[in-house]
Design a protein around this ligand. Structure first.
Ligand SMILES: [Fe+2]
Ligand SMILES: [Fe+2]
Length: 298
């Protein structure tokens, strides 16, 4: 099936959902406030305090084992200073996306899903730093949102999606091929439709569209390659969610790896074993982060 047909099918499926969640305006307002280099911490704190759920979440995150403050932080302003303003944009956006889907009861366990997403975000950030990609924060956010279409399918198209999961069992299809075969579209096209609805920047949309097929990227092939590799790493390092086949891959044969090597020749000397070991060390950190975001919020 060609991409255009799959995109049409995705549009149809997304428009058929009446109560499609929205991304709270606060996330975009925080982001644009932070675009001003002279912004004061007080201004950001004031804006975040208008959304109590977000404010509570930021305080929970700062006190989580991931950030390990010496003493418990109870004020939002101190939390912002401790985390650093650049992390607030990430936290505001990701908390909003999580919130958009937390009401839904899906086929995937939602925590495992977000663990995968934060895993891919974290690994994307590490790879971005390694190759000296200039927008490390963007790589992190794109990693977190790359499978957003999957959570939509799991919650809003439960029956069709369950059929894909069931049909896949005992076959050698990849998950994405199974979606194309039994849904007529995939989580990539569905994600693209969501990204459009939520006015995500075009390069975010490209990552969502091509994270399984990085050679198709034209806007920012390096960004797409980073997220593609991070996704593969997380799949083999058990930061994955139910329904996916356990995959193995040979790094040197990946197109994304070649793209990154051309971008950053230093990558050729990367010790892959050591790199995977580094990722293993991050696994519990990522699980702690997801726990701190969800803890006590229901
Ligand atoms: Fe995916
Ligand atoms: Fe993924």
């Amino acid at each position: 099936m060609n991409n255009q047909k799959m995109l049409e099918k995705a549009k149809l499926l997304v428009s058929g959902v009446i109560n499609l969640p929205t991304i709270p305006a606060i996330a975009t307002r925080v982001a644009s406030l932070l675009d001003n280099p002279d912004v004061e911490v007080e201004e950001v704190a004031e804006l975040i305090l208008t959304d109590q759920v977000l404010a509570t979440r930021v305080i929970k995150i700062v006190n989580s084992p991931l950030f390990k403050p010496m003493h418990e932080i109870t004020s939002l302003k101190r939390a912002l200073i401790y985390l650093g303003l650049h992390r607030i944009r990430e936290i505001a956006l990701t908390c909003s996306i999580i919130r958009a889907f937390e009401e839904g009861d899906g086929i995937f366990d939602i925590r495992t899903f977000w663990q995968h997403s934060f895993g891919v975000g974290t690994v994307s950030r590490i790879i971005a730093q390694r190759v000296r990609y200039p927008e490390v924060e963007k790589a992190y956010i794109c990693g977190i949102i790359h499978d957003i279409g999957e959570v939509f399918l799991s919650i809003y198209l439960k029956d069709n999606f369950q059929k894909v999961v069931d049909n896949l069992k005992g076959t050698s299809h990849s998950f994405i091929d199974a979606e194309a075969l039994w849904l007529g579209t995939t989580h990539c096209e569905i994600g693209v439709c969501l990204a459009k609805k939520w006015n995500f920047p075009a390069d975010y949309g490209e990552v969502i569209a091509f994270h399984h097929d990085p050679l198709k990227a034209t806007l920012d092939p390096v960004l797409v390659a980073i997220v593609n590799l991070a996704d593969l790493f997380c799949s083999v390092r058990h930061l994955d969610y139910g329904g996916r086949e356990w995959v193995s891959f040979n790094l040197a044969e990946e197109n994304a790896w070649k793209t990154l090597q051309a971008y950053s020749p230093k990558l050729a000397s990367l010790d892959v074993e050591r790199f995977c070991f580094e990722l293993d060390e991050r696994e519990s950190e990522i699980k702690d982060l997801v726990d701190s975001i969800f803890e006590g919020l229901s």
